[in-house]
Design a protein around this ligand. Structure first.
Ligand code: EPZ
Length: 430
């Protein structure tokens, strides 16, 4: 099993190129099935989740041709089944996206229920509510979500909670339904907007993405397109907080600063300096971090996917901070691991009370999920001495070349697969 071995204590310094957004790429790859024509996608992140989804799409006859590490051509003109049997797709949360696309185009889909990181109960009742409102029958049987519709017709759907996945799924199905669909209380995340832009570039008629109310006028057919996926704001935010935690000076390149506003606001509150230009953001951290309180919220609030990263920073701040997780109830699993490194955090329900300590000390820790895993790596980079991080497969779900990008910023981190390699690393870095 692969691990990271890290020697902490070096400030991260330099520039890092941010890749395409995982959470935009996943629905875009599924939505490419809505047309029989060819779709060219660029800036696709080469990470576990996108690769699993592409493999599952190939399994039902989608032609998938990679023309570069970050570019892929898809053609769904010869799909031979609306039943996905790929075992791996169960491992990713985005397993639910082929349902919206297949239902929209073929009026039928059978797809394994989604898995993904264990960060709390991840209901799909709003997806089901949306599909039913559009005219589909939905049953869950033998671990599959099975949907079928004679006819799909536009509808007025009020989402009971703000859900990225449900908003996206309904948009995909409604794009080819008859008449007008209105989604109220829609998610506003940049990846929701990116999917809407992608669908519109295929000939869909979607207005209002990025606001609470999305209006979709169904069209009879969608066509091929060429599309570039937006940069990943969570990857960018992770490197920005890594700069804060290690007292570094990091410029993230190829970002959309507007998507990072809640993240930069918190970095400034805790004492970092931020320089913004068109598509770059520089974070300089030179003093002991200050405390703040933060509550995760749907966009444009502070993202739940950045909660562990900010907690790692606040655990080194002077004084007490409070972090409230309002989206997923099980997103504090990293706290026990951080405690091994010297953090002083008390969790009660969805709140973590963090009393800042002066320093972390290296330890053997495990990545409990994707974002928490990345956050623990940043803690290890700031810690005195060596750390070994287990279960790095979680990190690979969403961060491409994570250790290489960190090495480019001066981090002493190596991917290893046995004790001998750990010892070799220790000898090399001294
Ligand atoms: C997406 O998950 C992301 N995943 C998550 O990123 C992200 O944390 C989350 O949105 C919130 O921003 C992908 O895009 C693949 P939701 P999703 O539906 O769509 C409740 C990462 O690290 N809910 O917006 O599954 C749900 O329980 C991952 O990249 C219902 O109750 O999230 C949660 O409390 C982790 N019923 C809240 O809504 C539903 O039908 C938000 O979930 C759907 C959701």
């Amino acid at each position: 099993m692969e691990q990271y071995v890290i020697k902490g204590g070096n400030p991260l310094v330099g520039e890092v190129e941010i890749g395409g957004s995982k959470n935009a790429a996943l629905p875009i790859l599924a939505a490419a099935m809505l047309t029989d024509e060819t779709v060219y996608i660029d800036n696709m992140p080469d990470v576990f989740d996108t690769n699993v989804l592409l493999h599952a799409l190939e399994g039902i006859g989608v032609m998938v041709k990679r023309t570069g590490r970050h570019s892929v051509i898809l053609n769904a003109g010869n799909i031979n089944s609306v039943i996905i049997t790929d075992e791996n797709i169960k491992k990713i949360r985005a397993a639910y996206y082929p349902t919206g696309a297949l239902l929209g185009k073929y009026h039928e889909a059978q797809v394994p229920l989604p898995g993904g990181c264990d960060i709390g109960c991840r209901a799909i009742d709003q997806h089901i509510k949306g599909f039913k409102a559009l005219g589909a029958e939905v049953v869950i049987e033998h671990g599959l979500i099975k949907t079928k519709a004679e006819r799909l017709a536009g509808s007025h759907i009020y989402m009971d909670c703000v859900s990225v996945g449900a908003t996206i799924n309904v948009m995909m199905t409604a794009a080819l339904a008859e008449g007008l669909t209105i989604i109220e209380n829609a998610a506003k995340e940049p990846h929701v907007v990116d999917l809407a832009n992608f669908l519109n570039s295929m000939g869909a008629n979607i207005k209002g993405a990025g606001t609470d109310v999305i209006r979709i006028k169904g069209v009879t057919k969608l066509h091929g397109t060429e599309y570039t996926i937006i940069p990943d704001q969570i990857e960018a935010g992770t490197f920005m907080f890594a700069a804060a935690v290690t007292k570094g000076d990091v410029t993230v390149k190829n970002v959309i600063p507007k998507h990072l506003e809640s993240i930069t606001a918190k970095l400034m509150e805790i004492g970092c300096e931020i320089e913004e230009s068109d598509d770059c953001m520089r974070v300089v951290s030179s003093k002991r971090l200050k405390t703040t309180h933060v509550k995760t919220l749907p966009y444009p609030g502070f993202p739940t996917d950045m909660q562990p990263q900010i907690a790692v920073a606040l655990a080194l701040a002077q004084g007490t901070s409070i972090v409230t997780e309002s989206i997923f109830e099980n997103r504090f699993k990293y706290v026990d691991e951080l405690t091994r490194m010297g953090a002083n955090i008390k969790v009660e329900g969805n709140t973590a009370v963090i009393a800042g300590v002066n320093r972390y000390t290296g330890a053997s820790i495990s990545a409990p999920d994707l974002r928490a895993g990345a956050a623990l790596v940043t803690a290890a980079l700031a810690a005195d001495g060596y750390s070994v991080v287990d279960d790095i497969r979680f990190i690979e779900r969403g961060y491409e070349d994570f250790e290489q990008k960190l090495q480019g910023l001066g981090a002493q981190i190596e991917r290893v697969s046995n004790e001998k390699e750990i010892q070799k690393f220790k000898l090399q870095v001294g």
